[in-house]
Write a protein that binds this ligand. Structure first.
Ligand code: ADP
Ligand code: MG
Length: 327
């Protein structure tokens, strides 16, 4: 059973950035307005996240890292109305299968915080009082040190760091009303205050060479049809980016969609033959019944029931914006 749990967990948490994504979502679910992330050796040695959210009650510690333990669904009826992302109580349990997890948390209004240490899904020491402000600190240490196969399959620290940074940047952009701070060891990578608009966030996190960035970012205004609604930001055709970015949030969760990405690459290659790089950020809201998230165990890749209608609409909108910008 031990081994089976480990293999399953290793499928959910393939690399540090997968764990980071889950931990950020937990902090956001807990209504945090400030999230601090600290990474040592690409999150392998240490991946730590501190938030100022609602906190975890001392009584909830024993179940915290148990599989399928979640505070977010109360009854079966909730399942259908839930946005289909998230692991429904699998994230912390999986992270505690592949690393040592320390949770320190203080609930709002409680005089004290508590600290608990988890290994293989179990609380290994009774929670003891711990001084901290309202909110939660979660630490994952020495990821995969007990799983040599998985360790070998990973990239080096630099690659893992880049992947973690990428996740943090994308969440900082989408949740621009939440302050994010990212530390690499003890040096600040970037921070946002929660008061910048999205274009300012792009400048902050992607640090482009030129200051005239704002003029090169075009808005996709809110658009709605009977299946979905979307809005976003895209680069104009006369700005050459250091690299391409495709950021897709569906129902406020970061996801991948290969087909949508290739469609966007197609638009940019035909409209902007001079610069092959682009920046596209899309936020889509859609009924959970219209998407299938079970394509991949990590649930990042999505498919749509009415792909053609949605894609055509997004394509038309982007082409229209690029066309009117170039005339
Ligand atoms: P899920 O998010 O699907 O419920 P997780 O394993 O990610 O499952 O988290 C388990 C539970 O731990 C959550 O339901 C929540 O009650 C609690 N939790 C985790 N992280 C935080 C946090 N940062 N602040 C408050 N509660 C948290
Ligand atoms: Mg979660």
């Amino acid at each position: 059973i031990e081994t089976v749990n480990k293999i399953a967990a290793g499928e959910v948490v393939k690399r540090p950035s997968c764990a980071l994504k889950e931990l950020i979502e937990n902090s956001l679910d807990a209504q945090s307005t400030l999230i601090q992330i600290k990474l040592i050796e690409g999150g392998m040695t240490l991946l730590q996240i501190t938030d100022n959210g609602i906190g975890i009650h001392q009584a909830d510690y024993p179940l915290l890292c148990k599989r399928f333990a979640t505070s977010k669904i109360q009854s079966y009826d909730d399942l259908s109305s839930l946005t289909t992302f998230g692991f429904r109580g699998e994230a912390l349990s999986s992270i505690s299968q592949v690393s040592k997890v320390t949770v320190c948390s203080r609930k709002q209004g409680e005089p004290l915080g508590y600290k608990g240490i988890f290994l293989n899904g179990n609380l290994i020491e009774a929670p003891e009082p711990f001084a901290l402000d309202k909110g939660t600190l979660i630490k994952s240490e020495n990821m995969f040190s007990n799983m040599h196969e998985r360790l070998r399959a990973l990239g080096n620290h630099v690659e893992e760091y880049k992947s973690c940074l990428d996740i943090a940047q994308k969440y900082s952009l989408h949740y621009n009303n939440v302050g994010f701070k990212v530390l690499k060891l003890d040096s600040l990578e970037y921070s946002t205050s929660g008061r910048e608009d999205k274009t300012e966030i792009i400048t902050k996190i992607l640090k482009p060479d030129e200051n005239s960035l704002a003029a090169q970012i075009l808005e996709i205004p809110p658009t709605q049809n009977e299946i979905c609604s979307f809005q976003g930001l895209i680069s104009s055709n006369d700005y050459s980016w250091k690299q391409s970015y495709f950021v897709l949030f569906i129902n406020n969760r970061l996801v991948d969609c290969k087909e949508l990405k290739s469609m966007i690459i197609g638009i940019y290659t035909s409209y902007c033959p001079r610069s092959s790089n682009y920046f596209v950020y899309l936020s889509l809201k859609i009924l959970p019944s219209e998407i299938d998230v079970n394509v991949h165990p990590t649930k990042r890749e999505v498919r749509f029931s009415h792909q053609n209608i949605i894609f055509t609409e997004i394509q038309n909108k982007i082409q229209e914006i690029l066309k009117s910008n170039s005339t």
